[in-house]
Design a protein around this ligand. Structure first.
Ligand code: 5U1
Length: 682
């Protein structure tokens, strides 16, 4: 039920509450019913936290249907908030052994006398805090924002090595202990085999599988997932043994019956720490669980006191993160995909290989020059890695393994979908299919229209669009509004219920704000920021269509390139036909552009971005405006202060620099998500 306007509640709060509830419902459904989350747990928590905060501030907005009030949706009622007794800090990162040594030397300069370190394999799981009272397991909570986490007691209770009772003679009256819940590789493989046999979605990696398993509504499902626990740190404590070092702490945890990793080592010098990290890096795939680095901690608790902590992380510990992993695999074919603007992008079809935490079977090769520069050929053994641990990348061929007779790859002259010419214009890096009616372009234009960043029509993804285009139900985005349950039900894999859900989602999309429709039309260079500006200043799609180039350029934040592109778009008859269909269907084609609260957005305040490579949906100006209008900053070079590097097609050397520094790398989808949802709290 919409949060209706009340005299005592500002309209922007009511609108935001509505929006949050819609988003939470959407993500809860993906998570709990489809087991296919689109956002991280931390991002979900953030939505929930914002909703709770708004409802607390404006109790008139609370309804019994709100996800905050209902158990069973995975919302707070199922995982209620838990205040940690002591804050759960995170760790600063070192992205190279040099950085790690620099940290160690800084510590040695600061603290007189000798320093011993404890090195721990960094488990790739989920941080957890367990509370024991008088030796009895009372509660388990996720990290959340470090102060308040989510109550996952019922699920953690099912983990085999979580003791229900602590043992020994020195049991504290209160003990908060921190550790990691993870899924061993064997359990992960078994789970995915079972999921596959049952026709269920496969998990990308053990970490995702552990996260999904821990946030189940039904603890019996968690119980069947073979999770494991290790503990590595004390939180709040009353009573128990006196402890002087971390080494003693770990021994004490073992004595109490809590699981502690066997590979943890106390080391007397930085040289030994270095060696430990190298050994772990070499052995990481021989272990029965996944690790993504080594946590190095000062052993002596008095020395730790002296070093202290920032509000975020202790100065006495650091996480050395392993460099991006590389694997070799067979490049079976080089194919070309056609985007909505006709751009032809070559990509590698690989023998699937597990690298950087997930299985990679496809990797973009960006454009013709990139394939030539790397000289990768069909049949080559190639090196694959994840750029910034996110984007699969073919690094290059292993020349020693090149099969005899392997020929340099040639860009096809004809579109693989419609057979039209693939043309490369002077000065451009890309080839384009020249046929506006190319079925591939048509599918991608419709997919873009229905996507989350545009009309957000749930259930209308690429597979369905392709199916509907093939069945002759869709020629362009305007036809979406002619879909009915009766026309959908005869198709394969579509039952009456899913047809009804889709038709309902389509109906709801008619009320989306105008700027989303403008984005959905896919006008070249018009991303969300320009769309908002156009909608706000010109007020209706009709006014935009009939505005002169000068009038469009006069809109603040819209330049000549965009104005030309808008004019060109409305000059094309099939585009005008789509607009007519939208009009006839009753899609909202007038302002207001955005809700009030979106204009005062500060979600990216304090964050610094670097942009490299071309993005499909944004001009450079647009991407920059999208960041700065949310309080973020854009700079031209990557440094340790850079928060995110946004990587488009044909990125430059900035990507390599970002990888070297371990900066978070976003592709276009990730960037869009960040703009829409803000950064995750963890
Ligand atoms: N092994 C290990 N992982 N881990 C994560 N130790 C460890 N310690 C942590 C974290 C966040 O934090 C404490 C140093 C506060």
């Amino acid at each position: 039920m919409p949060a209706r306007a009340r005299p005592d509640v500002p309209g922007d709060a009511a609108a935001r509450v509505d929006e949050l509830r819609r988003e939470i419902e959407h993500h809860s459904r993906l998570y709990y019913r489809e087991d296919n989350p689109e956002i991280s747990d931390a991002e979900f928590d953030e939505l929930m936290r914002e909703l709770v905060e708004l409802e607390t501030r404006h109790p008139a907005l609370v309804t019994s249907e709100s996800p905050t009030q209902r158990p069973g949706t995975g919302a707070t009622a199922a995982f209620s908030p838990v205040q940690h007794l002591a804050p759960m800090l995170s760790l600063d990162n070192a992205f190279s052994l040099d950085d790690l040594l620099a940290w160690g030397k800084r510590i040695e300069r600061q603290i007189p006398g000798t320093i011993a370190f404890v090195c721990e394999p960094k488990m790739d799981g989920l941080a957890i805090s367990l509370l024991y009272e008088n030796g009895r397991f009372r509660r388990a909570a996720t990290r959340g924002d470090g102060f308040v986490g989510e109550d996952v007691t019922a699920n953690v209770r099912t983990i085999r090595n979580v003791p229900d009772r602590l043992r020994g003679r020195n049991v504290p009256s209160v003990l908060e202990v921190r550790g990691e819940v993870f899924m061993p590789v064997q359990s992960f493989e078994d789970l995915n085999r079972r999921q596959g046999e049952a026709g269920e979605r496969l998990f990308a990696n053990p970490r995702n599988a552990a996260a999904g398993s821990l946030r189940q509504n039904d603890p019996t499902i968690t119980a069947g997932r073979n999770l494991d626990l290790v503990t590595y740190q004390l939180g709040a404590r009353e009573g128990g043994r006196r402890l002087r070092t971390h080494d003693e702490t770990l021994a004490y945890l073992r004595e109490l019956g809590l699981p502690v990793n066997d590979l943890i080592s106390r080391l007397e010098s930085l040289d030994e720490v270095y060696e430990f990290c190298e050994t772990m890096l070499a052995r990481r795939h021989d272990l029965p669980y996944e690790i993504d680095g080594v946590v190095v901690k000062v052993d002596d608790l008095a020395q730790r006191e002296e070093l202290g902590s920032t509000s975020k992380a202790p100065r006495w510990a650091i996480a050395y993160k392993f460099p991006p992993e590389e694997k070799t695999t067979l490049l079976r074919n080089i194919m070309v995909s056609i985007g909505r603007t006709g751009r032809a992008t070559p990509f590698a079809q690989l023998e699937p290989v597990f690298v950087g935490g997930s299985t990679v079977g496809l990797a973009t090769l960006h454009n013709e020059d990139e394939v030539a520069r790397k000289d990768v050929r069909e049949g080559d053994t190639v090196i694959v890695r994840k750029a910034g641990d996110v984007i699969p990348e073919v690094v290059g061929p292993v020349l020693a393994k090149r099969p005899k007779g392997a020929k340099p790859w040639k860009f096809p002259k004809k579109c693989p979908v419609c057979g039209s010419d693939l043309v490369r214009l002077e000065g451009e890096a890309d080839r384009h299919c020249v046929n506006f009616d190319c079925p591939a372009q048509r599918v991608q234009r419709i997919v873009h229209f229905a996507s989350r960043g545009a009309l957000d029509i749930e259930g209308l993804g690429e597979e369905r669009v392709r199916q509907f285009v093939d069945a002759g139900l869709l020629e362009d985005a305007g036809d979406i509004y002619d879909l009915t349950v009766d026309r959908l039900v005869p198709l394969e894999r579509i039952g009456p219920r899913s047809a009804q859900l889709l038709v309902d989602a389509i109906e709801r999309s008619k009320q989306q704000p105008l700027w989303r429709v403008i984005v959905g039309l896919g006008i070249r260079h018009v991303g969300p920021t320009a769309a908002v500006a156009l909608a706000r200043e010109l007020g209706s799609l009709e006014a935009i269509e009939h505005a002169s180039e000068e009038e469009i350029t006069a809109v603040e934040g819209v330049g000549g390139v965009i104005a030309q592109s808008v004019k060109r778009f409305f000059g094309v008859a099939p585009n005008r036909r789509v607009v007519d269909k939208l009009k006839r269907a009753g899609v909202n084609l007038t302002g207001p552009a955005r809700e009030e609260h979106e204009e005062r957005d500060t979600t990216l305040a304090g964050l610094t971005f670097v942009l490299t490579g071309g993005l499909e949906g944004f001009t450079r100006e647009d991407a920059e405006a999208a960041i700065t209008s949310r309080g973020g900053k854009v700079t031209s070079s990557v440094s340790k202060k850079t928060s995110y590097v946004v990587v488009g097609e044909s990125p430059g050397s900035k990507l390599a620099k970002a990888e070297q520094l371990g900066t978070t790398i976003l592709d276009e989808d990730g960037f869009r998500r960040l703009l829409e949802e803000g950064p995750a709290s963890e």
